[in-house]
Design a protein around this ligand. Structure first.
Ligand code: ADP
Length: 447
């Protein structure tokens, strides 16, 4: 087992990882920018190293500084959290070259899944169902027209290097296609330094369902069921739940089995998420994330398994603590992402939190790094906390969520809490009857 883990992240996820390390008796080092000197993860860590000024590229993305912090403190492993360097293959390779363990998969696996065209090809080869579309990159308009006609409109043009919901353009007709192709390519080139784009069928009413997988490091793979993340705004997840209200146990075990086998065949190590769109009973692979996800706590709530413990165990060569048959799904869990944003316009609302009071009681978990008096710096993403609620079934979970949202107080800044208070009383949400476009339509109506 590791002696000392360096956490290369900030905010709630840095605290989340720190908690797991403490439970396992592992020393912790955190790195932080000058803007985060007062952050909770810095206060609670055994050691901290300031690695630079506020902008992420000079601090949380600065590989040299992070490796130097490992050397200075004698950390033998790095947990990257999500975002920042968590899916940076070069970072994983550099750590390996310094004999520091990256708590995640190999650089090569990150590279394959980071390129969406390559990822889709790999998924197909491993027997995972994919969205119909082009086999690889598409550059010529003529070719794009041929493929679109073959799969049928509408189609979506996606950047191979895309991420965070950026670099996608929908074309409803052949006339749209030329412009969509051109804009997607030039936007992808500007945003990601890679203008490769591909085409796939645009699904009109899908749900976003993702499967949590784990490779044990010895060639074995398991799945931890799925999460439904269909409630999105601008392709960003807002509300996540497990299990999906749309799947039954048989479908769960079928898609889970396909994913677990694929992970084993790939020789993948550590946590991963295989994302699908799900429509009319069919799954279509869209991408794989090679890291821990923001929404992992809903899976922890229904399985009772600490996924960060498992990540650390696997990375240290100790394998998983559970076999597939030990993973049982118990009840229902929902996560609300609480952002420091206006609940209607979603403009960021940094500033000082004058009062912060979190709900409690059975089945409530709040993962957050903020506190009363905390000043939210304007440099990073606006997630200030996650409310995760568990109940014996979805009805109980929703009752508890409504109560927990009423108790939650964040004063001094705007947050998305009022949006969740509205959603929890909505009939479609109560029935679990929503697809990936539901939330945008709801917001557009301004109800
Ligand atoms: P990113 O890596 O940027 O998050 P994804 O490929 O995971 O990109 O897609 C993000 C979201 O975009 C999906 O959750 C879905 O809402 C939408 N999307 C992606 N591909 C399609 C598609 N073929 N049809 C309809 N919507 C799609």
């Amino acid at each position: 087992m590791f002696q000392k883990i360096l956490i290369a992240n900030r905010g709630e996820i840095a605290l989340r990882v720190l908690r797991a390390c403490k439970e396992l008796g592992i020393q912790t080092v955190v790195v932080h920018s000058t803007a985060d000197a007062d952050a909770m993860h810095v206060r609670l860590a055994d050691e901290s190293v300031c690695i630079g000024p506020p902008p992420s590229r000079d601090s949380y993305l600065n590989i040299h500084q992070i490796v130097a912090a490992c050397e200075i403190t004698g950390a033998d492993a790095v947990h990257p959290g999500y975002g920042f360097l968590s899916e940076n293959a070069k970072f994983a390779d550099i750590l390996a070259a310094h004999n520091i363990t990256f708590i995640g998969p190999s650089g090569d696996h990150i590279r394959v899944m980071g390129d969406k065209i390559e990822a889709k090809r790999t998924a197909k080869r491993l027997g995972i169902p994919v969205v119909p579309g082009s086999d690889g990159a598409v550059t010529e308009e003529k070719e794009a027209r041929r493929i679109a006609a073959e799969i049928g409109y509408p189609v979506i043009i996606k950047a191979s290097a895309g991420g965070g919901g950026r670099g996608m353009k929908v074309a409803h007709t052949e006339t749209d296609l030329e412009i969509a192709l051109q804009t997607a390519r030039s936007e992808a080139g500007a945003a990601f330094g890679d203008d490769a784009v591909y085409i796939e069928k645009y699904l009109e009413k899908p749900r976003h369902i993702e499967v949590q997988v784990f490779g044990d490091g010895f060639g074995g793979g398991v799945h931890f069921g799925e999460r439904d993340c269909s409630l999105q705004r601008r392709h960003q997840k807002v509300w996540e739940e497990a299990n999906s209200p749309a799947l039954n146990a048989e479908e769960r075990s079928r898609i889970g089995g396909i994913c677990a086998k694929a992970i084993a065949d790939l020789g993948y190590s550590g946590a991963g998420t295989i994302e699908f769109l799900y429509e009319n009973g069919e799954f279509y692979f869209i991408e794989m994330n090679t890291r821990l996800q923001v929404e992992h706590p809903v899976t922890e709530a229904i399985t009772g398994i600490d996924l960060v413990h498992e990540q650390i165990r696997v990375a240290s060569g100790g394998g998983l603590s559970v076999r597939q048959e030990d993973i049982k799904f118990n009840g229902h869990a929902i996560e609300c992402r609480i952002n420091a944003e206006d609940p209607r316009t979603f403009t960021p609302s940094p500033g000082t939190i004058t009062h912060f009071h979190t709900p409690g009681g059975l089945g409530i978990r709040v993962d957050s790094g903020v506190y009363s008096g905390y000043k939210i710096p304007p440099y990073y993403d606006s997630l200030i906390g996650k409310l995760i609620v568990h109940g014996r079934n979805r009805v109980e979970c929703m009752m508890r969520l409504r109560r927990a949202l009423d108790e939650f107080v964040v004063d001094g800044i705007k947050t998305t809490l009022p949006l969740f208070r509205d959603l929890v009383g909505n009939a479609d949400i109560a029935n679990g009857d929503y697809d990936i476009h539901w939330l945008e339509k709801y917001l557009a109506k301004g109800e």
